[in-house]
Write a protein that binds this ligand. Structure first.
Ligand code: XMP
Length: 498
């Protein structure tokens, strides 16, 4: 009888494995080019119906994206995705903050208004919660009676906390008609030394509000990513099975909902995602996936697919569960399927340098999502911590104990059982404070543009089509980083991996 070779049998067969690659395993082959990096067009899509001017999203994590960072992302042309460790009411308020941030005329449903009989204390609290510094005062019919601002009431010199708004408001209100232009509104504000003008119909009913800050910001950010009404784009993460949150986000005006799950190829998750996609008007991006089979299961109903099983800087999914897909291979598998159905792909996690971001696009992604890269910015939630003279901000995985204690466990399909210890799939960490989001984005996108120059691609779709990879050896990887020198001055776009 012939001796069995070691590869006979179903288990030995398992070791005939395909290779899966990630960022450091590959480089873009330099190609003939006439593309000047600054002239490259970096606009793209994040989902079937939502276009961005930068192919970059910020992660739905509680140490990365709340409204402040989301506003910054959309102003620069990208998209912020609100995390879901907040209750639905807070999420709706956050979407409102993003949508109000850049409007020329804030539409009626987004204008924060006061009633004449509210107390000064109540209106003060409302303005702080809503993040506005003034509010038109309207009666039950929405007729404008006056306007109240923070300076009218604080520091409570002339009015008492229990007084009615009616007593402190300015009742000779300057209003503008519905067809007011930016120029006319600015003139009104300069002439009357005011910062906001209610927009009214012929019967003096409130239909909107123009603010000085809104007009000036709009002028400053011509590249902003906006919806059809000119408001900044907003993305919202919703858990699998969170139908109510999804509907609330949709009604609040979110442009894209992101089904936020560590393993979207779970069939119950897919069923729920499909039901949500059928219910809402917003686009629905399904994630995370990392294989061809998962992409095939979702591509018929998803408006976008988000890729990433364990590449994130704070992830321990791969070591804890033994499962995962190196990110470049994962993106190519998903993009093979998605591109046949015209469904955009987002590469989520593991991006440390701008070069990684453009490699992800070359592998088939339409846009990239980053967490750690933005967690150290001024606009990210949380305060700056100083240790040994260096500044840091907190950054934690949504599957870390701290984040799961605040509700993030569902992403990992883990029930919250009382008195039971979590099995985390992420860590809690600190990341160097990096300053403003706009300078971080400038470095990230500048590097991506350089990559486009090297491969001779003028647009993001051209990167996907033209770019080729070469495989890099361990020696090649070492050669690719600064070597044989001692770095004396930190570069704004490079710090060695510890
Ligand atoms: P980066 O590398 O940009 O990755 O910091 C951000 C992405 O990581 C995912 N994420 C996690 N993955 N455990 C995980 O396995 C976690 O606790 C965790 N938290 C976030 C997520 O996709 C994010 O966009």
């Amino acid at each position: 009888m012939a001796k069995q070779s070691s590869s006979d049998g179903p288990f030995s067969e398992k070791l005939r494995v395909p290779e899966a690659l990630t960022f450091d395993d590959v480089l873009l082959r330099p190609k003939e080019s006439r593309v000047e990096p600054d002239a490259a067009d970096v606009s793209s899509r994040v989902s079937k119906n939502v276009e961005v001017n930068l192919p970059v999203l910020s992660a739905a994590m509680d140490t990365v994206t709340e409204s402040e960072l989301a506003i910054g992302m959309a102003r620069e042309g990208g998209l912020g995705v609100l995390h879901r460790n907040m209750d639905t009411e807070e999420m709706v308020a956050e979407v409102g903050r993003i949508k109000r941030a850049h409007e020329m005329v804030i539409s009626r449903e987004n204008v924060v208004t006061a009633e004449p009989e509210m107390t000064i204390e109540a209106v003060d609290r409302m303005m702080q919660v809503e993040g506005v510094s003034g509010a038109p005062v309207v009666d039950e019919d929405d007729t404008v009676l006056g306007i109240i601002s923070g300076t009218d009431i604080r520091p409570y010199l002339e009015v008492g906390e229990e007084d009615a708004v009616r007593e402190a408001m300015t009742d000779e209100v300057i209003t503008a008609p519905e067809d007011v232009s930016a120029r006319e509104a600015l003139e009104l504000m300069y002439d009357h030394k005011i910062e906001r003008v209610p927009v009214v119909d012929e019967d003096n009913h409130l239909v909107g509000l123009v603010t000085m800050a809104g007009i000036l910001e709009r002028r400053e950010h011509e590249n902003a990513a906006r919806d059809e009404e000119g408001r900044l784009l907003a993305g919202v993460a919703v858990g699998p099975f969170e139908d109510e949150r999804a509907i609330a986000a949709d009604e609040a005006g979110a442009d894209v909902l992101f089904i936020d799950c560590a393993h979207a190829h779970n069939l119950d998750v897919l069923d729920s995602a499909e039901a949500i996609a059928e219910t809402v008007d917003a686009d629905v991006v399904v994630g995370n996936v990392g294989t061809r089979a998962a992409a095939e299961a979702a591509v018929d109903f998803a408006d976008g697919l988000k890729v990433g099983i364990g590449p994130g800087s704070i992830c321990t999914t791969r070591v804890v569960s033994g499962a995962g897909m190196p990110q470049i291979t994962a993106v190519t598998e998903v993009a093979d399927v998605a591109s046949q159905h015209d469904v955009p792909v987002i590469a989520d996690g593991g991006i440390r340098y701008s070069g990684d971001a453009i490699k992800a696009i070359a592998a088939g992604a339409d846009a990239v999502m980053l967490g750690s890269y933005f967690a150290g910015t001024k606009e990210a939630p949380g305060r700056v911590i100083t240790r040994n003279g260096k500044k840091y901000k907190q950054y934690r995985g949504m599957g870390s104990v701290g984040a799961m204690n605040e509700g993030g466990g569902e992403r990992y399909l883990k029930e919250e059982e009382e008195d039971e210890e979590f099995v985390p799939e992420g860590v809690e960490a600190a990341t160097p404070y990096t300053g403003t989001l706009s300078s971080e984005l400038h470095q990230l996108v500048g590097g991506m543009r350089s990559g486009m120059g090297y491969v001779g691609a003028e647009t993001i779709p051209e990167v996907k089509e033209r770019a080729e990879f070469v495989r890099v050896s361990a020696a090649g990887q070492t050669e690719g980083h600064p070597h044989d020198v001692m770095i004396t001055d930190e570069a704004p776009n490079y710090s060695p991996d510890e």
